[in-house]
Design a binder for this molecule. Structure first.
Ligand SMILES: [Zn+2]
Length: 278
């Protein structure tokens, strides 16, 4: 059976799935050293320019996912592109070039069915020089990854609160809790972020915040009402409360237990039975 590339409707059906997942899973784990190597390996020429345009045509497989992965890259490396935070160690110009290599790898892996072997190889070259092998399909969310995933998976329930009574109850409980211990939680969040920087997980931090915001920002499963966070104060507070908890779980192994507990206690209602670190 021949499959038209335009007929690929879901990522699971993509013939180059393994490479796509490998590239996506690596994004949050690109190190400062990798950025330098990716930047050094990237260049442009007419052949590459043409291959890139071909990869990014509107008919390219899952092109909307490709563009959303580009957005994710900009979000994960926002600090590196701005370059003003004290923990940023890479020149922003280097980061810009490195991210061109990253975007070429994303585009090439998705567009593999449309590209010739030479075009695919040329677009992937800087990436493959740094990451020669395709490894696992999931980003590493740390020793407590099960808990991180469980909490992320629970967040879309809140988006259905207009038609799900238990979702509404959870929502109201979170709004109430968001007013308790705010300054202590803000301090704890700063400690957690420092732990993420020290343990080289600040880009994973950005990744899980993005995933969490996406889960909370889904439309209601019944009436399709879209949720926009930050539109009102309560939703912004709940968003912060939930994202801080996800991030605390991400770096729990590098935080005092009391700090983790402070940030995760308010969201225990979302994941009943989840154990706090002892
Ligand atoms: Zn609804």
């Amino acid at each position: 059976m021949t499959r038209r590339t335009t007929a690929i409707a879901r990522l699971e059906d993509h013939p180059n799935l393994e490479e796509v997942l490998g590239v996506l899973a690596q994004l949050a784990h690109i190190t400062d050293e990798d950025l330098g190597r990716l930047a050094g390996g990237w260049h442009n020429d007419p052949f590459l320019g043409q291959a890139r345009s071909k990869a990014l045509t509107p008919d390219s497989p899952l092109i909307c996912e490709v563009l959303s992965a580009f957005d994710a890259v900009s979000a994960l490396f926002e600090d590196d592109l701005r370059g003003d935070a004290p923990y940023v160690a890479v020149d922003p110009g280097v980061a810009v070039l490195a991210l061109k290599a990253v975007r070429d790898a994303i585009a090439a892996s998705y567009a593999r069915p449309l590209l010739s072997r030479a075009e695919h190889g040329a677009l992937m070259r800087p990436w493959r020089a740094v990451y020669p092998y395709t490894t696992g399909g999931q980003p590493d969310l740390g020793p407590q990854s099960d808990q991180v995933h469980a909490l992320l998976a629970a967040l879309p329930r809140l988006a259905s609160r207009c038609h799900d009574a238990s979702g509404l109850q959870l929502w109201e409980s979170l709004v109430d809790q968001s007013y308790v211990g705010e300054s202590e939680r803000a301090e704890a969040r700063d400690s957690a972020f420092s732990a993420a920087v020290v343990t080289s997980r600040r880009r994973v931090w950005a990744l899980v915040r993005r995933s969490g915001a996406e889960g909370l920002g889904r439309s209601c499963a019944t009436c399709r009402t879209p949720r926009s966070y930050g539109a009102d104060r309560d939703s912004e507070r709940v968003l912060t409360l939930c994202l801080d908890a996800v991030c605390a779980l991400l770096v729990a192994d590098a935080l005092p237990d009391g700090t983790t507990a402070l940030l995760t206690a308010p969201v225990q209602v979302l994941v009943p039975g989840q154990r706090r670190p002892s």
